[in-house]
Design a protein around this ligand. Structure first.
Ligand code: SF4
Length: 424
């Protein structure tokens, strides 16, 4: 039976598929791994090492019970993903993991698994030579540095020997640095891109071609500007695959686009080259003061312009909002309501999310603002009519849990660009 198990879940599937591609391309034999979404099978297999990857929002689920059972069975537990990166001490001390992977995982995981195999699955000083780890050695907390993979496209998105696929990560990093978002602080401020020929090669395996990127229209650019020719080159290169019967979804689930990138030129590309007629953008607030406070670096007018262009070109706008933002007052909430109403009156869809203070972000110590009676009534009424999507109610509960967690266990997060200060 394999000695190393990957605890796949619905939420870590895409990340693990990409990591398996990276491991295999560096020479790791995936036949040595037990990869499954079935926890009981992992427990029964008694592996020496089990790998997890999860978000902070997941730590209140079945995770603690799984860790308890695996620890009883004597497995070494490795955690990767956003929670482990942002809160390594909590991951080790409170959740009970043995090793936290800090940063981009492609290289560090390969080195870590090889080192553990070499040392008979023990935590030894050999691990000190691997950048991107946090663990305890002789009772001392050790952090070996943040693992960065600048040219992430050196690694294929999928493995060859295991039949697993996911939407392909085509771009990584984001220059906008919104204060509530983990992406730029963990993946870096400069956007990097997988080359077109590689995207085409691996897109062949998908029936519906979908992509992971912080801003689909920024393909080919350092992130903050539009490189229309590069974007067109990518979409054009995917056309032979469309002709073979695959559908191309671009700028919609699981990715989205920034509002100021929604222009006649970008929409015309989608009309010519893509199959989706729905586009997701983040508005986040209808108040320019709030947009400035959260470092969105666009204005309400950009959202309105994007919605109008989308409608003009026959796209259904799907617009995300965050309610209960830190320091949001009744007036700013009223402005968000007005913008939501305007979008819906034009035929667009609104998705409402409640503010969640995520570790590893400048707003991790910020408290959500209470929803005004007007906002509560509005969201309730619109949800009942099926006009607003989103689970802000559940998220409000989760937000309270996150606040308690961060009040109790706050730690200065490591990031791609050094430690992250709080701006609250
Ligand atoms: S919310 Fe989007 S634009 Fe803002 S930092 Fe995150 S990925 Fe970038």
């Amino acid at each position: 039976m394999p000695e190393i198990a990957f605890r796949m879940t619905k939420r870590n599937h895409n990340a693990f598929v990409h990591l398996l591609g990276a491991l295999e391309s560096q020479g790791f034999d995936l036949g040595e791994l037990f990869i499954t979404k079935d926890f009981t099978k992992i427990l029964n297999a008694k592996p020496k090492v089990v790998l997890y990857s999860f978000f902070t929002e997941e730590i209140w689920g079945s995770l603690s019970e799984e860790i308890r059972l695996l620890k009883e069975a004597g497995s070494i537990l490795i955690a990767g993903g956003y929670h482990a990166i942002a809160m390594p001490r909590h991951t080790l001390n409170k959740l009970g993991f043995d090793i936290a992977v800090i940063g981009e995982g492609e290289e560090v995981l390969f080195q870590l698994l090889n080192a553990l195999k070499r040392t008979g699955y023990k935590i030894t000083k050999d691990l000190l030579n691997i950048t991107g780890l946090a663990f305890y050695l002789n009772g001392e907390f050790v952090f070996t540095g943040f693992a960065k993979v600048e040219d992430f496209w050196r690694f294929p998105p999928y493995p060859e020997s295991v039949r697993l696929i996911s939407p392909i990560e085509i771009s990584r990093g984001c220059p906008f640095r919104c204060y509530y978002c983990q992406t730029p602080y963990i993946k870096g401020f400069r956007m990097r891109h997988r080359p077109i020929d590689q995207i085409v090669k691996y897109s062949r395996r998908m029936k519906d071609m979908r992509y992971i990127t912080p801003n689909a229209f920024a393909y080919g650019s350092p992130g903050a500007i539009l490189k229309l020719r590069k974007l067109e080159a990518l979409l054009k290169a995917l056309q032979p695959l469309r002709k073979e019967g695959r559908r191309l979804f671009y700028g919609t689930f699981p990715s989205e686009v920034r509002p100021e990138f929604v222009l006649p030129e970008t929409l015309e590309l989608l009309i010519d080259y893509a199959d989706n007629r729905r586009l997701a953008i983040g508005a986040q607030s209808g108040d320019n003061g709030m947009l400035k406070a959260m470092h969105r670096l666009h204005r309400v007018e950009h959202v309105q312009r994007a919605v109008e262009y989308m409608l003009e070109y026959g796209f259904e706008p799907v617009v995300d909002f965050i309610v209960g933002l830190p320091n949001e007052n009744r007036e700013s909430q009223r402005r968000s309501i007005e913008l939501m109403k305007w979008i819906m009156s034009k035929g667009g869809k609104v998705r409402a999310h409640y503010f969640m203070p995520l570790p590893g972000t400048p707003w991790s110590k910020c408290k959500p603002s209470p929803l005004s009676p007007e906002m509560r009534k509005f969201l309730g009424r619109m949800a009942a009519k099926g006009k607003i999507e989103g689970s802000w109610g559940k998220q409000a509960e989760l937000s309270r849990k996150l606040q308690r967690l961060l009040d109790e266990f706050y730690e200065e997060s490591m990031s791609y660009h050094g430690t992250i200060g709080s701006v609250c």
